[in-house]
Every structure is written in structure tokens, then in C-alpha cells.
Design a protein around this ligand. Sequence first.
Ligand SMILES: *[C@@H]1O[C@H](CO)[C@@H](O)[C@H](O)[C@H]1NC(C)=O
Length: 340
Amino acid sequence: MQRLLLMATVGLIRSVSSFTSSLYAAKSLLAFASSSLVTSSSSPSRYYTFDGSCQPINSNSNNRLSRRSSSTSFSHGMMSKSAGSLEVVQFPCLGDNYGYLIHDPKTGQTAAVDTPCATSYKRELDKRGWKLTHILNTHHHSDHVGGNMALKSEGVKVFGPANDGNIPGIDVRLADNDTLSFSGANAVVMDVGGHTRGHIAYYFPEEKSAFVGDSLFALGCGRMFEGTPQQFWTSLQRLRNLPDDTSIYCAHEYTESNARFAMSVEPSNPNLVRRVEEIKAKRARGEPTVPSLLGEEKATNPFLRGDISSEIRNNVCASEGEDGASIFHKLRLRKDNFRG
Ligand SMILES: *[C@@H]1O[C@H](CO)[C@@H](O)[C@H](O)[C@H]1NC(C)=O
């Protein structure tokens, strides 16, 4: 298992310009890209300092910050949540993306998870007097990396998947099971390829939080643009194995339309019926449905349930003994063509 421990210092934002993405054009071009499984070379444990010099892993001190209880508050349509010792700020970007900033009040380090739109990020940083130090990209689509160059200034390091498409300004290429040290917290890199071939998620075990990009959505999952059904299903199973109380921070507010599809394949699931009502009420109040807890997703998200729900299997006409990847593929195709 390859482990990288990376540490960054506080940097400065100088100039940020606006960016508009041509998401759908980019995605449709990507739909025909070739797919292959990501491989991660094994190498001895290493610890990377900000300037890239390499030291033995044991020089990393275990200065983990103590957990605080979670609290959520809303202001101006934005959510601030303290997850463990880190603060997470969530805000809408572009049409239906969520932007995220992760901030450590003790060290001042601040990470952007993806960069749909530089202007929104700059506004949220300025509002709080925070300086960006990290950009953590999940995959190469323009609504996730489009703001990278405008936000990258001195002191900002860009981290992203090693085996995906072009990540503008990338400094550190991450592979499966690499560990990224952000302030006192460790983020484990998970290869969750399928939406794109090298998509990664950032899992903060101490913070009970996972930033999953477009791999898993509340009640859904990303479209399979580059990966294979087996690859995507393996990724979803790995996410499903995280603890139930893990907050899943996905990159889009697609939950209401995902809910209509979920109800079309598993209408007798009482947990799903209850959740759909809660989702409708939240959206009617203009509130986000993200993050959700992994436990809720396991109980209600059809893309995590194809192998365990006989109702779903019947509704997608899966045969007796059909494997999880194949049922996942049937669900994904059905969702691609769903008009609900
Ligand atoms: C990463 O860890 C998981 C779970 O332990 C394992 O299944 C997977 O093979 C590892 N990946 C690599 C590239 O070693």
C-alpha cells in the first residue's frame, strides 16, 4: 500500500477571475473516452513536505486535533458545519454544484474540494478572511477543476487523481490509499473510478466525512462516462463499507430527481418513502439535502442496493443469481433513460 503524507503551509490568494464552464459539452465528449482500471504502484511509506522533499514516514507527528460535536447552521442559504475539528463550508456553485471549503481554525489551513467556480470560492474565502492553501480535486471534469488556475496562487498546492484526465495546475498526483495530511487530520484517498476512470474521493476518518465528488450522490450516483460497470460497482461497494455515520459530501444537488428514480425501482422500501418526503420538504424550504449519512444511503440509495433488494432486482429484470456489477449496470442504464 502506497502512503503519501503531505503537509502544506499557509498561502495567499492574489487574483481570482470568473470562470464559466461548458460542463455538458465537455461531458458528452468524454462519454466516448476509453476506460481502464487505475493501478497504483506500490512504494515505501513516504512523507512529503510542502517543498516536495521526502522524509521517513515516522517524522510525521500524530498531532490529531480533538473532536468537537457537530453543529449545523444556515446563513444566506449556506451551510457551515463543524465536522470534528475542521469546519466545512458548503455553498452553491454554477447551476447545481456544491462548493466546499474545509478550514482548520487552529492552523488557518483551508482546502477547496474541487473548484466549480472561482468567484464563489473567492467570495466565501474573503467573507471569512481565510487564505486558500489546498485544492483537492476529485476528477477532471470542468465543473470540478474549472476554477483551479484562477484560485491557484503562491502557497496553494493542487492535489488530484494520478490517473484521470487533465487537472489544471496539479502539483501532487494521488493514488488509491494514499494519505494526505491536512492540518492535523488525515484524508485517505479512495479510488472510486467509474464516473471517470480515475475519480478519487477524500475520506477523513477522524472527521467522519467523505468528499465523494460525482461517484456517489444522495440517492444516486454519477453517470458512467469512462469506467466499466465492474469498476464502478467496486467503487460503490468500497464507499458502502465506510461507517454508517460518515457524512457524504457529494458535488451536486440532484437529490429530488434521484428520488423519483429511486421510487420507480423500490417503491415498497419504507425508509425510502420516508426519506423522499423529507427531501421534498427540505427542497421546498430551499435547504440542501447534502450531506447525507452513509447509513441513510445504504438504506435507500438504489445504486447501493441492487445486490440486496429483491424488489430492485425484480424491477430491473435481473435474473436469479445475477451479480452486483451487472445489476448496477442495469440500474445505471435505466436511470440514464429515466423520464420522471
Ligand atoms: C487499497 O486498500 C483497499 C482496502 O484495503 C484494497 O482493497 C486495495 O487493493 C488497495 N489499493 C491498492 C492500490 O493497493
